[in-house]
Design a protein. Structure first.
Length: 280
């Protein structure tokens, strides 16, 4: 999907491999029988790459992310980060979930500093970094507020600050903006793009939104419904930084059309009259 009218981003082929997902499958056992969540997942992710994982509910997107985070173990296959096979939560990783999971009895700054306490580091030493992140994400002067005093978008910003505090090389995000209104979601998409470009982080971002996946990613990994398999990987060769206006261009539409076509072929989209064509 190349275009002569724009300059493509740096091809992943010239980057160093950072994560290797090799023939991963995951089966959950229950009283009702085994549930095959993932099957034959093979994927190489490169350093400083932004990957969107796109698929319908129940396709194993979150399961794959949990395996990458070391919270679940694959039933077969293996995942290697750097040169280390994953058998538990890897070091140098931040995670942001759809629910912000803030502690209501701790103020914003205390929530951001929670990883410092968990790792038994010096809180006073890390406080300036936490305040810097809060300022960067538009939360200056909110550090002493409590989560119940914040909007949904502000709470999710706090979660992102907490995930970024230890400057992880790998950032895993499981539908972090799914419960937010459209305007806040757009704003956080721009913030996330800026963070990923500035920090040279590898980001793996799970979403239901076709337009969000294309806007953020270097590559979009499209998954089938259960058992989750990789149907296609779409290289998004759009220049960065990307503005929201890019979503109105013909070039952007080419990528979203390709993803919609894949879901139509799976019987998951049945026409613009029944669903927003940018959503599953």
């Amino acid at each position: 999907m190349r275009s002569e009218s724009i300059s493509p981003v740096l091809s992943p082929a010239v980057k160093a491999a950072f994560i290797e997902i090799q023939d991963v499958a995951k089966t959950y056992r229950s009283k009702q029988g085994n549930v095959r969540a993932l099957e034959n997942i093979d994927l190489t992710i490169f350093g400083s790459e932004f990957i969107s994982i796109l698929g319908p509910s129940g396709c194993g997107k979150s399961t794959l992310l949990r395996c990458l985070a070391g919270l679940d173990r694959p039933s077969s296959g293996r995942i290697v980060i750097g040169s280390t096979p994953i058998d538990g939560p890897p070091k140098n990783m931040g995670v942001v979930f759809q629910r912000d999971i803030l502690l209501e009895w701790r103020n914003v700054l205390q929530n951001v500093l929670l990883p410092i306490e968990v790792y038994k580091l010096d809180v006073n030493e890390w406080r300036p970094k936490a305040l810097e992140l809060l300022h960067m994400l538009g939360l200056k002067r909110f550090e002493h507020r409590y989560p119940w005093e914040l909007s949904g978008g502000m709470r999710q910003r706090v979660s992102i600050c907490r995930a970024l505090l230890l400057n992880p090389k790998l950032l895993l995000m499981d539908e972090p903006f799914g419960a937010l209104d459209a305007m806040t979601r757009d704003e956080l998409n721009l913030e996330l793009q800026r963070i990923s470009m500035a920090g040279e982080k590898t980001v793996i971002f799970v979403t239901h939104s076709i337009s969000e996946a294309v806007f953020l990613a270097d590559r979009v990994v499209v998954m089938s419904r259960s058992p989750g398999r990789i149907v296609e990987i779409i290289d998004v060769e759009l220049p960065r930084p990307r503005s929201l206006a890019l979503r109105e261009t013909a070039e952007f539409a080419r990528y979203t059309r390709r993803a919609r076509l894949l879901f139509e072929q799976m019987g998951l989209l049945r026409g613009e009259a029944t669903q927003d064509p940018a959503q599953l």
